[in-house]
Design a protein around this ligand. Structure first.
Ligand code: NAD
Ligand code: GLY
Length: 360
C-alpha cells in the first residue's frame, strides 16, 4: 500500500493506492462521518457494491445505482442521488462514496458539492483513468449537450481509495483510454516518466501489476503537485488540459460515450502536438516520438474526419479556458514541458483542424 497526500492545508487528503482495499473496513473508517450513501452504476454494482457495503458495515449505509454511461453524466441523472438522500433523510453530516470510474466520480462529487450546500465524499476510483486523474483534484460536474463538463464545482474529497485489484475486470478498451491520461502526465511535465512509459508500454498493456502500480503512483504524484500549487486552475493546473479543448469537442460532437474520454484526449493531444510543431515549438522528430507512444498504447491518433473545422471551433470556443472570447490552448515546448497560450495564430489553428492525420 502506498499513500500520497494532496496538500491543501485544512482540506488536505490522502490518496491510498493498493490492492484489496475495498474489502477492508480500516480503509474507510477514518474518513466516514454520519450516514453513508454509496453511489455507483449498474455495471459496477454487481462487481463491487456488496464488497464495499460489507466494508462499511459499522455505519448506517444505503446505495444508489445509476445507469452506466457518459450519456448519463447530466443534470437529470443527479436527481436520483438527491432523491435517495432526501427520502432517507441524509443530513449535512453524511458521507457519499463514489464507487466507479470518472463518470460516477464527477457526478457523485457534484452531488456532494451541492447537497445541502456541501457534504463529505470519498472517491473510490475503479478505472485506470479515474485512478490516475479524475478522482484526484476536486473537479466535479456534469455535461451539457452544448458542451462537456460545463456545469460543475470544485469540491475536494476527504480521501481517494484506489484499489488496483478492481482493474482486473476493466476492459482492454477502457484500460487503454486510461493510458491516455497517464501519457499526458509525461508529455506535460516529466520527460523521465515519458521515457519510462516508452519502455514499459507493453507491460502496462499486459496489465503487469508492478508497472501499473508505478504508473498510477507517478501520475498521482504529478497531479497532486499541480493541484496543491493551483487548486482552482488559475495558472499551472491548466497544463493538465493538454489535448482537452480538441478532445472535449470530439466527445461532444460525436455524441457522449461514442468516443471514450481517453480516446478523445489521445486524438486531441495529437492535434495539440501538430499545432506545437506548426508553431515551431517542437521538432518533427519530437512530434513523431510522442505520437508513437500513443499509437503503441493502442490509442486513436486521428481525430474523426466527420467533424469539420467550423464544428470544432464552435465547441472549442465554449471551452472553460476561454476568457473574454479568447481561446487558450495547452501546447508543448518539448516533451516533458507544456505551456499555456492565448496567442493562437488562427491560420495555423485552421491548418491543424483541417490537417490530414491518416498517416499519423
Ligand atoms: P467511466 O466512468 O464511464 O467508466 C468506463 C466504463 O468502465 C464504464 O462502463 C464503467 O461502468 C466501467 N467500469 C468502471 N470500473 C470498472 C471495473 N473495475 N470493472 C469493469 N468495468 C468498470 O469512464 P472513465 O474513463 O473512468 O472516466 C471518464 C470521465 O471522467 C469523463 O466524464 C471525463 O470527463 C471525466 N474526467 C474527469 C476528470 C476530473 O478531474 N474530474 C479528469 C479526467 C476525466
Ligand atoms: N483533468 C484536469 C484537471 O483535473 O485539472
Amino acid at each position: 500500500m502506498h499513500t500520497l497526500t494532496i496538500d491543501l492545508g485544512k482540506r488536505s487528503y490522502p490518496i491510498i493506492i493498493g490492492s484489496d482495499l475495498l474489502s477492508n473496513a480500516d480503509t474507510f473508517n477514518p474518513f466516514v462521518s454520519g450516514k453513508v450513501m454509496v453511489v455507483t452504476n449498474d455495471s459496477i454494482a454487481p462487481l463491487y457494491l456488496d464488497k464495499t457495503l460489507a466494508a462499511l458495515h459499522q455505519h448506517d449505509t444505503a446505495s444508489v445505482v445509476l445507469p452506466d454511461g457518459e450519456a448519463y453524466k447530466q443534470l437529470n441523472t443527479l436527481d436520483a442521488i438527491f432523491e435517495s438522500l432526501l427520502k432517507q433523510r441524509f443530513d449535512r453530516g453524511c458521507t457519499l462514496v463514489a464507487l466507479g470510474g470518472g463518470v460516477i466520480g464527477d457526478m457523485t462529487g457534484f452531488a456532494a458539492a451541492t447537497y445541502q450546500r456541501g457534504v463529505n465524499f470519498i472517491q473510490v476510483p475503479t478505472t485506470l483513468l479515474a485512478q490516475v486523474d479524475s478522482s484526484v483534484g476536486g473537479k466535479t460536474g456534469v455535461n451539457h449537450t452544448l458542451g462537456k463538463n460545463m456545469i460543475g464545482a470544485f469540491h475536494q474529497p476527504v480521501a481517494v481509495v484506489a484499489d488496483m485489484s478492481t482493474l482486473s475486470t476493466l476492459s482492454d478498451r477502457e484500460l487503454k483510454a486510461g493510458l491516455a491520461e497517464v501519457i499526458k502526465h509525461g508529455f506535460i511535465l516529466d520527460i523521465k516518466f515519458f521515457e519510462w512509459l516508452e519502455n514499459n508500454i507493453a507491460a502496462l498493456l499486459a496489465r503487469d501489476e508492478k508497472a501499473t502500480a508505478y504508473a498510477v503512483q507517478r501520475s498521482c504524484e504529478i497531479k497532486a503537485e499541480i493541484v496543491a500549487a493551483d487548486e482552482h486552475e488559475r495558472g499551472v493546473r491548466a497544463l493538465l488540459n493538454l489535448g482537452h479543448t480538441f478532445g472535449h469537442a470530439i466527445e461532444s460532437a460525436m455524441g457522449y460515450g461514442n468516443w471514450l474520454h481517453g480516446e478523445a484526449i489521445s486524438a486531441g493531444m495529437v492535434m495539440a502536438l501538430d499545432l506545437s510543431t506548426r508553431l515551431g515549438r517542437i521538432t518533427d522528430g519530437e512530434q513523431k516520438r510522442a505520437v508513437a507512444l500513443l499509437k503503441a498504447a493502442g490509442l486513436p491518433v486521428q481525430p474523426p474526419t466527420s467533424i469539420d473545422a467550423d464544428t470544432f471551433l464552435n465547441y472549442m470556443y465554449r471551452d472553460k479556458k476561454v476568457i473574454g472570447g479568447q481561446l487558450r490552448l495547452i501546447l508543448l515546448d518539448k516533451i516533458g514541458q507544456a505551456f499555456v497560450t492565448d496567442d493562437v495564430n488562427i491560420d495555423q489553428l485552421m491548418n491543424t483542424l483541417t490537417a490530414d492525420y491518416s498517416s499519423a
